[in-house]
Design a protein around this ligand. Structure first.
Ligand SMILES: Cc1cc2nc3c(=O)[nH]c(=O)nc-3n(C[C@H](O)[C@H](O)[C@H](O)COP(=O)(O)O)c2cc1C
Length: 324
């Protein structure tokens, strides 16, 4: 389980960061891998409103951290936690720039009718603080968050908001914050943390293991926490594979090949499914090993890729039945 925190305050030692840290620390006690993005430190260009993403499915801005990292991190996340102080009854401009750029993900979902493999199980949470105490202090932000969650394919699962928090240390002195945050984390994340962790492994993590992980996430994401890696990862996923998955309505955009060592150091799998990497696959004590022996479709004709895709689809369905 991967929990991504989007920390929207420019004050790194302020109230928002404190609240997000409590949330992420609690998530880690449930076995989650976490990452905080301090949005104000990132190079995120503002949406230009050019509508290119609605026509082509990708943003024209290619030289910032949204494109290099953040789309991928959002797609990888099981839980996205957006945390921001109230600035003029809304999110900070830094976080809003990130939110606006999620229009690319909205376009892929609604214009191109593509499904993000994690779309059925991803959760979205809002954390916020504000200095005043008005009844509607968080109303605008909540609406923004609901529509951000829709764009990133997350089920908006609630918020923790605190009024009359102004000076840097105010939240830390607030008595209920810790227990309320812990309760929320346990309520929302326990079902996700009890899923079977399944690692799909192949050589380049560009074709077979990517397809298997995507099918497992899409078809069995409530029972399986699926991830993938390769013994010698390629620079990017195979474009023919992405095209054949797209024929099934599954979106492979923003996925990145990773080494097996990296994924295993992050999450210890219960099951490792290999697809030909055989004895090169690292030994993980306690993990059940299954070999599917599926031929490498890289460089073969498109029809061969389709055949491999359908075989993997069937095997993933069997695996889901097995772990259910
Ligand atoms: C530019 C700016 C705009 C703000 N606008 C509001 C506001 O509209 N309503 C409010 O209650 N607090 C407002 N605040 C106060 C912050 O929300 C508050 O100080 C918060 O605790 C800061 O969180 P941080 O420590 O995480 O940065 C504003 C602060 C700044 C700097």
């Amino acid at each position: 389980m991967f929990v991504l925190g989007l920390q929207g305050s420019p004050r790194k030692k302020g109230n928002t960061n404190h609240l997000l840290s409590i949330f992420l620390n609690e998530a880690e006690t449930l076995g989650a891998r976490t990452r905080t993005i301090h949005v104000a430190d990132c190079n995120i260009q503002m949406c230009r409103g050019c509508m290119s993403c609605e026509k082509k499915g990708l943003c024209v801005i290619t030289d910032d951290e949204m494109t290099s990292d953040i789309y991928s991190l959002i797609r990888d996340a099981d839980v996205v936690v957006a945390a921001t102080p109230i600035y003029f009854y809304s999110a900070t401009a830094q976080l809003k720039a990130l939110i606006d750029r999620s229009q690319t993900l909205w376009s892929r979902k609604y214009r191109f009718k593509l499904a993000d493999p994690k779309s059925k199980n991803r959760l979205g949470v809002l954390l916020s603080v504000g200095a005043t105490k008005g009844e509607n202090l968080f109303a605008g932000l909540e609406l923004t968050m609901k529509y951000f969650c829709d764009a990133i394919d997350a089920d908006y699962s609630g918020n923790l908001t605190y009024r009359q928090i102004e000076k840097k240390e105010d939240l830390a002195n607030s008595p209920l914050v810790f227990t309320e945050t812990r309760d929320m984390v346990n309520r929302l994340l326990t079902p996700l943390s009890s899923r079977k962790k399944v690692l799909f492994a192949c050589r380049e993590n560009a074709c077979r293991s990517q397809m298997a992980a995507a099918f497992a996430q899409y078809l069995g994401g409530d029972k399986i926490d699926a991830f993938s890696g390769g013994t010698s990862p390629a620079n990017s996923v195979n474009s023919v594979m992405a095209g054949t998955m797209q024929e099934k309505g599954i979106d492979m955009a923003f996925r990145k090949p990773r080494t097996l060592e990296t994924v295993i150091s992050n999450t210890k799998p219960d099951i490792i499914v290999t697809m030909g990497c055989g004895e090169q696959c690292p030994f993980v004590p306690g993990a059940e090993k299954i070999d599917w022996d599926i031929p490498d479709p890289a460089g073969k004709p498109e029809d061969f890729m389709r055949h491999v895709r359908d075989e993997i689809d069937q095997k993933v369905k069997e695996l889901i039945r097995k772990v259910s």
